[in-house]
Design a protein around this ligand. Structure first.
Ligand SMILES: Nc1nc2c(ncn2[C@@H]2O[C@H](COP(=O)(O)OP(=O)(O)O)[C@@H](O)[C@H]2O)c(=O)[nH]1
Ligand SMILES: [Mg+2]
Ligand SMILES: [Zn+2]
Length: 322
């Protein structure tokens, strides 16, 4: 701050996070490049990014002309999406904060579908009860078998209370349906790379021109790669969308195995009948979850996702607590 000037405090919302800089937008539509001082923790863990896109913050203007400031307060979050930092194993990474709903983009083919990834995504939204939409993109290249698979998955996730959509940017399928779900909401878009997240965003918001496909052209000019999360107004500000970088693997280092069990909502109907109240549904006797699995009332892949996450967390917590 310039000598002799009085600190001016402002409030705004973080619309972009580069790790080093946070772009904060004020009520009067001005943007400031802000830094943050100090260390921040969440759920007892250090964060690679203390401030997330969607955060409501207060900041001091350091240079009004250059629109540069320092964040001093992060308001309490109504909710957030968090995962293990992909680069620093002991750190958490905030994906987004204060959202109305999450849109998880997947495809059954190109790239090959990973149900475990979807189940991990839902594990991020479940603790806050954030409404989640699962989008199956690239329907134009699904064969009959894929379509039957889609119907199966759709029924399963719908029964659990999630919204499921089938889309194709090539055939403009399901786009209007998706668009209508975004009106007046702040939605975060997540997905593994290659599923068509950027293509979908370009289709629902022409003029956005996000770069698509993994191969960028040689000039590299005017290209927009999603390296950082970024929020933009959708449909003449009838909503907001937070675009996030493609996720390779989704892991959690802030959870206990009980947290996982409590957040698989389809298990919950059965787990009340388990003999032991702390049953983790692995090898315990008289486990109602495993009985439901044997009767095919529960999906086997959901159960495999669950077991994989439990094992991962147990191993991680074991090493961390040594
Ligand atoms: N067949 C088909 N290809 C698509 C569709 N949507 C996107 N793609 C292609 O999938 C590739 C990855 O798309 P992109 O939007 O960059 O995916 P992102 O990594 O999730 O952002 C590109 O080659 C797109 O042209 C679709 O609905 N059908
Ligand atoms: Mg992309
Ligand atoms: Zn059990």
């Amino acid at each position: 701050m310039k000598k002799g000037t009085k600190a001016i405090k402002k409030q705004g919302i973080v619309i972009k996070s580069t790790g080093k800089w946070y772009i904060v937008k004020t009520q009067d539509d001005k943007t400031f490049r802000c830094r943050i001082a100090g260390k921040f923790r969440l759920e007892g863990k250090k964060l690679t990014n203390p401030v997330a896109v969607g955060d409501q913050v207060s900041f001091i203007i350091e240079d009004d002309e250059e629109q540069f400031g320092t964040i001093t307060v992060i308001d309490n979050r109504t909710n957030y999406l968090v995962r293990q930092s992909p680069r620093k194993k002991l750190f958490l990474h905030l994906i987004a904060a204060n959202i109305d709903q999450a849109v998880f983009i997947t495809s059954l083919v190109q790239p090959k579908f990973k149900q475990g990834f979807v189940d991990r995504c839902l594990l991020m939204t479940e603790p806050f009860n954030i409404p989640s939409i699962i989008v199956f993109n690239k329907s134009d290249i699904y064969d009959t078998q894929d379509m039957a698979w889609f119907e199966y998955l759709k029924n399963m996730y719908q029964e659990m209370g999630y919204t499921v959509l089938l889309t194709s940017t090539v055939e403009h399928k399901g786009i209007d349906e998706l668009t209508s779900l975004l009106i007046d909401k702040k939605s975060v878009f997540c997905g593994q790379s290659g599923v068509g997240k950027s293509s979908l965003l370009n289709t629902i918001q022409p003029g956005l021109s996000l770069e698509t496909s993994e191969i960028s052209d040689s000039s590299g000019k005017g290209q927009h790669t999603t390296t950082f999360a970024e929020m933009f107004a959708f449909n003449d500000s009838k909503g907001e969308i937070i675009d996030t970088p493609g996720i390779k693997t989704l892991s959690f280092n802030h959870l206990e195995i009980e947290d996982v069990a409590h957040n698989f909502r389809d298990f919950f109907v059965y787990s009340k009948q388990c003999k032991y109240s702390d049953c983790m549904h692995r090898n315990e006797p008289e486990c109602a979850v495993k009985e439901a699995l044997e009767k095919e009332e529960l999906d086997a892949n959901r159960y495999f996702s669950y077991l994989a996450i439990l094992d991962e967390i147990e191993e991680q917590n074991y090493w961390q607590r040594q």
